[in-house]
Design a protein around this ligand. Structure first.
Ligand code: P6P
Length: 335
């Protein structure tokens, strides 16, 4: 590696970006640093999962009724502990916890941000070594500083997001996050233990030729959705169809590919999931914020995901997300 080449770490980058706002206190930068630290700790365990007895179901069942893998629990505890010790987080909501966790120490009570996360999304892929990920989003609390945060601080529309991101534990470990200034990607350089800027100002291609859906659910879908999938599989050289089908079954991995290469990912409602499977607060909102800041679209099929006023911490929504032209075509066909 050329020693003269300037590596920009994620900390340098967030501080550089925060300086564009005169009133910035640096708290958001510190919070992003804390989240990146937690994900480096998670990465260490994910990378050696095959070597130590951390695989296999933990036996407990989470609020979703899904069997918890041991790495899920480890990742959840790391994020909670790191954020509890952060001076800039008033509380968290996690896929793995029924209710919010309020940080009531003096420092945390004065914090202006709350964090929601899915600590290890795609966990069913853990013991087959497929890519998995952490998804997070940061909101400014709406309750007064100095008081304990409440559910109201978490039940905010996605368009109130201050920052959202994911870490993909794949062939390399990469953190991608979005703010109103755009979307940037940082690849972990293990030899120095730093996330380094590798994908500046990511833009989701306006078009693509990959569609990503669990086709096993086709017979449970609305007829208009079945017609859309048939459209994806028809021959048409002008619109580059048939599209290629890619589905990893890990939202972070499927969406990272979609953002980088273009395409559409969909998890619609079906006869057994009336509201779809994916959760609004810590899966669909953060991923929609990232994709929209990269120029794509995130929709339920009938409205922008980021416009939904949440009512429950773990509510689910249908999702159509990815390249602008592909999502618009899908929405046109299903409306
Ligand atoms: P299915 C993983 O369990 C997850 O929550 C997402 O990461 C993924 O996109 C989806 O569920 C896969 O669901 O029903 O296709 O296995």
């Amino acid at each position: 590696m050329n020693p003269n080449r300037h590596l920009m770490t994620i900390d340098e980058f967030t501080i550089y970006q925060s300086r564009q706002f005169s009133q910035s206190t640096g708290e958001l930068s510190i919070l992003l640093r804390d989240i990146s630290l937690a994900c480096k700790l998670i990465n260490k365990q994910v990378n050696k999962a095959g070597l130590v007895d951390i695989l296999g179901a933990h036996g407990a069942v989470n609020v979703q009724g899904e069997e918890q893998m041991k790495l899920d629990i480890f990742a959840n505890e790391v994020l909670i502990n790191v954020l509890r010790n952060s001076a800039d987080c008033a509380g968290i909501a996690s896929e793995e916890n029924d209710d919010i966790i309020v940080f009531d120490d003096a420092h945390s009570l004065q914090s202006k941000y709350v964090v929601m996360f899915d600590p290890l999304d795609g966990s069913s892929n853990i013991d087959v070594n497929a890519s998995i990920g952490t998804i997070f989003c940061i909101y400014k609390r709406v309750t007064p500083l100095g008081t304990p945060c409440t559910r109201e601080d978490f039940l905010q529309k996605g368009n109130k997001t201050m920052a959202a991101g994911y870490v993909i534990y794949g062939s390399s470990t990469m953190m991608v996050y979005a703010t109103q200034l755009g979307v940037n990607g940082f690849t972990l350089e293990p030899s120095i233990g730093e996330f380094c800027l590798s994908h500046k100002d990511i833009k989701c291609p306006v078009d693509g030729k990959i569609y990503s859906v669990n086709q096993g659910n086709t017979n449970k879908l609305d007829p208009k959705l079945q017609s859309y999938l048939a459209y994806c599989m028809e021959n048409d050289k002008e619109t580059k169809r048939p599209y290629s089908h890619r589905y990893i079954g890990s939202m972070v991995a499927d969406l990272h590919r979609t953002i980088i290469k273009g395409g559409i990912f969909l998890y619609p409602a079906d006869s057994s999931n009336a509201s779809g499977k994916l959760r609004l607060l810590y899966e669909c909102n953060p991923m929609s914020y990232i994709v929209e800041m990269a120029g794509g679209i995130g929709s339920t099929g009938s409205q922008p995901i980021l416009d939904i006023m949440p009512t429950e911490l773990h509510q689910r929504v249908p999702i159509f997300i990815g390249s602008k032209n592909m999502v618009e075509k899908a929405l046109e066909m299903i409306s």
